[in-house]
Design a protein around this ligand. Structure first.
Ligand SMILES: Cc1ncc(COP(=O)(O)OP(=O)(O)O)c(N)n1
Ligand code: TZP
Ligand code: MG
Length: 198
């Protein structure tokens, strides 16, 4: 299993309807602050759409919805791990990506045998307030040295222009939100990302 190098994140399945036809092959559905039924509907729609397009879907946070709808991947942060039933996720055959920000978190993640590790924010992010301001490319290289063959996702303040540097530093995959969703022409930005990561 090889994940695509371009890993955009969207907060609603409407974005997937727009972006998957352009050739996105790896995507995260990151829903926040929605009632359970909306989450379940969105995840089920995203699953079907991703199957149609041959795209790998990663469900953020909502691991139970991912199990219930037969999804293949979830992404969990450190706080999500406090409540998640990792054994149930694994019993369902679901693969797992985990966020990390420091060595303690990386050790905790590695003990769970994740299918990828994410490091962020590589650059400052405008998406959300975080305890960490900027990890830098040096930390991307350090993380790659520590995790070896396990795929490393670089996230936080990433842009088309910054992607090559992250790959050179050791990232296998670059993940991005606002460089696309806050762009005046998100479709065109995705086309640029696809060119830069193929
Ligand atoms: C690829 C990727 N990396 C990191 C995150 C952040 O996850 P988390 O720390 O749980 O924060 P939220 O995204 O849930 O706010 C991610 N979603 N994806
Ligand atoms: C969810 C998350 N986790 C670490 S950085 C980040 C935000 C990424 O958003 P952007 O690509 O807009 O900086
Ligand atoms: Mg989370």
């Amino acid at each position: 299993m090889t994940l695509d190098r371009f890993y955009p994140i969207f907060d609603d399945v409407d974005w997937l309807h727009r972006m998957l036809p352009l050739g996105v092959k790896l995507v995260q559905l990151r829903i926040k602050d929605q009632p359970g039924q909306i989450v379940a509907d969105q995840v089920a729609q995203a699953r079907d759409l991703c199957r149609e397009h041959g795209t790998t879907l990663i469900v953020n946070d909502y691991w139970q919805a991912a199990i219930d709808t037969g999804c293949d991947w979830v992404h969990l942060g450190q706080e999500d791990l406090d409540d998640a039933d990792i054994a149930a996720i694994r019993r369902a055959g679901i693969k797992l990506g985990i966020s990390t920000h420091d060595r303690g978190e990386l050790d905790r993640a590695l003990a769970l045998e994740p299918d990828y590790v994410a490091l962020g924010p590589v650059y400052p992010t405008k998406l959300k307030q975080m305890k960490w301001h900027r990890q830098g490319l040096e930390k991307v290289s350090e993380w790659k040295g520590l995790i070896g063959d396990l795929p490393l996702v670089a996230i936080g303040g990433m842009s088309v222009e910054r992607a090559a540097g992250a790959f050179e530093a050791g990232a296998d995959i670059v993940s991005v939100v606002t460089d696309i969703t806050w762009n005046d022409d998100p479709e065109n930005r995705v086309r640029d990302w696809l060119k830069a990561t193929r």
